[in-house]
Structure formats: C-alpha cells, structure tokens
Design a protein around this ligand. Structure first.
Ligand SMILES: Cc1cc2nc3c(=O)[nH]c(=O)nc-3n(C[C@H](O)[C@H](O)[C@H](O)COP(=O)(O)OP(=O)(O)OC[C@H]3O[C@@H](n4cnc5c(N)ncnc54)[C@H](O)[C@@H]3O)c2cc1C
Length: 426
C-alpha cells in the first residue's frame, strides 16, 4: 500500500502510521517538525520510545531548509563562556542544557549524519554542503529507522477539556491522548514557513512573554533619490555602534530601511530603544579600518574642483552607497565641516523594527521560569517545550539552531524519563 500523502517527504518515505497510538504502551507526541521537535523525537526514539511528530505543514522543517539557503550556520566555535553569554538574560537557564549538548556535540551529530562541517573565518560552523537538505534527508532516514512517525497536515488546535490534543487534519478534527507531549512549535518569524505563534492562544493561562521580532532590519526614512539609487546595495566592511556595543560586518540598504548581519547583531538593544523612545540612532562607521585622524587628514586635502562625490571616492575609497548616505546627512542639515566625523560616526535614525514576517527569529515565548530542568511545564506534568517558542533570544551566528537542538534534546530526555515513569506505574 502506498503511504498516505501526508507522510510523504520529498526525500523519502517516513513510517506509516501503525495502530492508533492510544492502544499502544505509553507514547510521546512531538508537536512541530522543526529542528527542536525532530531532535526531541530522535532523543525519544533512541531511548526506545514510540514517538509521533505532528506538523501542520505538508512537509517538515521548512524554516530549517530556509536557513540552509544562507549556508546553514549550525553553531559557532567560540569558547563556551562567550558562547553562552550570547543568550543574555536566558544564559543561566540555557547553560546546563547547552553544556550537555555543546557545539562540539552538534558538529559530531551532523558528521554522524554524513555531513562534515567546517568553521569559517568568523568562527561560524557550517556543513560543507552549505545547505540543509542533505542533512535533513539523512536525519529523516535515521528517524525512520528508529521507528519515529511523522504526521503532516496536522494543525494542533489546543487541548480538549479532557486533556486530549486536538488537531485539524484533512480528514477532519482528530484528538489524541499521548502520555507525554513535547511542544516545539517555533516562534513567529517568517510565518509562511509554518510557525506563526498561534500556539499562544492554544495555551491559555501559561506565562508567555509577547513574541517580538529578533535579528531583523529596521525602518529608516530615506529620501526617494537615495532609495531609487541604492535600495538593495550592500554596505561592506562597515562598523555599527549603539551604546556600548559595536560590531563590524555588513548591512544592506532596503527600500524602507536597513538590514543585514551588523544590524541583526544590535537588533535587540535597538528594538528596546525604539520601544522606549520611539527612535534609535546607532552610529555607522563607513571606514572602520581608518582612524578618525587619518580620515580628517585625507579630507583636509585640497579638493581641486572635484565634486564632493569624486573627492570622497578618491580620498577615502568610499563606494557610491556610502557617499549617498553622507549626502543624505548633509541634505538633512549636517554642516559640511562635520564630514570627517560623519564618515566615522554617521547617525542612522531608525524609527521602527521590521515586522515578524521578515525577522530571522523572534524574541519572547513561553517563560523559562514556568519550566523545570527537563523543560517540563511545572503546572502541566507530562507537557514539555523546546526551541524558539521558549523565551530566549540570541544573535545570528549559529546560536539559534544550537539552542533549538539543545533544548529539543533536553525536552526529549525529559519526556523519555516521564514515559519510563508512566510505564513503571502502569
Ligand atoms: C531566513 C532564515 C535563516 C535562518 N538562518 C539560520 C542560521 O543560519 N543559523 C541559525 O542558527 N538559525 C537560523 N535561523 C533560525 C532558525 O531556523 C530557527 O531558530 C529554528 O528553525 C527554530 O526551530 P524550532 O524547531 O524551534 O521552530 P521551527 O523551525 O519554526 O519549527 C516549528 C514547527 O512547528 C510547526 N507548527 C507551528 N504551529 C503548529 C501547530 N499549531 N500545529 C502543528 N504544527 C505547528 C511549524 O509548521 C514548524 O514546522 C534562520 C531563520 C530564518 C527565517
């Protein structure tokens, strides 16, 4: 018999549903087939438990595959203390989980799936294939071999009054009663990939910090000529400073603002400043490799009838987009005598964060204080949670996936212990 279409994944066929799970010994449901959910499922299945993964989408791990388009930055090679500090306020809670499944373990795991990794010059770790599909294929094959089932097009609606999980499926509404459930429903960024934060209303009464964009761009009010000429242009080898934090990297001018790595790295404090004050003004260094004295010296040279842009291009080797930014500042009223200062610290007036639909990740989620060390909800025994739906945030650089994998594993271990307890007590 061919497998039902909802179980078919491009790369292979997952286990067909066997008997209704209700009739089997204690089993676990994992809600969400992203990296956190699949890791929870692998952990449960490796411990010999029956596990069924449910996802509302017609195929698994769409955001993970999207992350693969950028090369799939799996983790980062920096030493653990610095690594953990990237999780800010959540670092203390995540530390033991990440220490139990650290970057090194994640690299070995990927290699165990036939995907060797390499560390880039920035310290970021990628699979050599620079995409997610080969890793995902091998992972699904492993899950299949372990006996894990995956049921797609199962949209979790919440709990029935008797505690059963309610799903909308192509065949109508279904309800199931697993002995343990791992929620791995993701955050709310890029909702068209499956995770849209709708789980918040399915979990009334549980403490949830509002879901907000993280690692996102910002809106700036560019002039029309600037947008017409420079939208889509990268700003390479720049530095961005906000408060005490400074990053070197790249950014991209968009039609309505700015995005890219250097902006994402400062996005959390920028977002908070806008929420507080309505605007955030980081300073852009257009030539971070030249000190202010050298910039001033070069700009003090005679112009000899050259236009301002020619002069800036020749004196400082600035690309047109950087010159355009300086001209935006001059048109807004900055005195020309300020040019040397502007080259090193150009104020960027950011008026709003981009929305969740384009953010790389989301901040907020199920509060960590509501979970025990196994990521089980203290008030809902047998219910675990993992991944981006938890209330932590981190910059890009592999920190997001590392925490998703580590929390998925921990919730899987917790659910496995729970099932073992259930089996013992009968
Ligand atoms: C463009 C882009 C690039 C990225 N690149 C990187 C990168 O290089 N490195 C990195 O570390 N991170 C990256 N990330 C972030 C990373 O992909 C996410 O943090 C990670 O996928 C979150 O994993 P998760 O399992 O918690 O949630 P998700 O991957 O979002 O999975 C959640 C799953 O739950 C399902 N679901 C949600 N609600 C329901 C419901 N009610 N019923 C049933 N199923 C439901 C969804 O369909 C989805 O499959 C990137 C993100 C984006 C958008």
């Amino acid at each position: 018999m061919p497998p039902a279409p909802c179980l078919r994944y491009k790369a292979g066929v997952l286990n067909e549903p066997s008997s209704p799970p209700e009739t089997s010994p204690p089993w676990a449901a994992v809600l969400g087939a992203g990296p956190a959910g699949l890791m929870a499922a692998e952990t449960l299945a490796s411990a010999g438990h029956r596990v069924v993964v449910f996802d509302r989408m017609p195929s698994v791990a769409r955001k993970f595959l999207m992350a693969g388009r950028g090369g799939l930055n799996l983790t980062h090679s920096e030493p653990l203390p610095g690594f953990l500090a990237r999780y800010g306020e959540a670092a203390t809670r995540l530390a033991p989980l990440i220490a139990a499944f650290p970057p090194e373990a994640l690299m070995r795991w990927a290699e165990g799936l036939g995907q060797p990794v390499f560390t880039g010059s920035s310290g970021r770790v990628f699979p050599r294939a620079m995409k997610a599909l080969p890793l995902l294929r091998a992972w699904l094959a492993r899950l299949g071999a372990l006996g894990a089932e995956i049921r797609l097009r199962h949209d979790w609606l919440g709990f029935a009054p008797d505690g059963a999980l309610r799903f909308r499926t192509p065949e109508g509404e279904a309800s199931l009663r697993p002995s343990a459930t791992v929620l791995a429903l993701g955050g709310a960024s890029w909702p068209r990939l499956g995770a849209d934060g709708s789980w918040v209303s399915a979990l009334p009464g549980l403490p949830v910090a509002p879901l907000r964009p993280a690692n996102m761009g910002f809106r700036a009010e560019w002039s029309e000529p600037f947008v017409a000429r420079h939208a889509g242009t990268p700003l390479k080898r720049i530095a961005l400073r906000f408060g005490e934090q400074a990053v070197r990297g790249e950014a991209v001018i968009t039609r309505d603002g700015i995005e890219g790595g250097a902006v994402y790295a400062l996005s959390a404090p920028l977002r908070e400043a806008i929420a507080r004050e309505g605007v955030a003004v980081p300073l852009l260094d257009l030539r971070p490799d030249l000190d202010a004295g050298e910039v001033a010296r070069r700009l003090a040279m005679p112009r000899r009838g050259q236009s301002l842009s020619t002069f800036l291009r020749k004196a400082l080797a600035l690309p047109p987009v950087s010159i355009g930014l300086l001209q935006e500042a001059l048109h807004a009223g900055a005195p020309p005598a300020e040019l040397p200062r502007l080259v090193k610290a150009l104020p960027l007036r950011l008026v709003a964060p981009q929305g969740l639909e384009r953010a790389i990740s989301s901040a907020g989620g199920l509060r960590l204080a509501a979970l025990d060390e196994w990521l089980m909800l203290r008030e809902r025994p047998g219910l675990f949670a993992a991944g981006e739906m938890l209330d932590w945030e981190a910059p890009t650089g592999g920190y997001l996936l590392q925490a998703c994998f580590a929390t998925g594993r921990q919730a899987g271990l917790g659910a496995a212990r729970w099932l073992e307890g259930q089996a013992r007590h009968g």
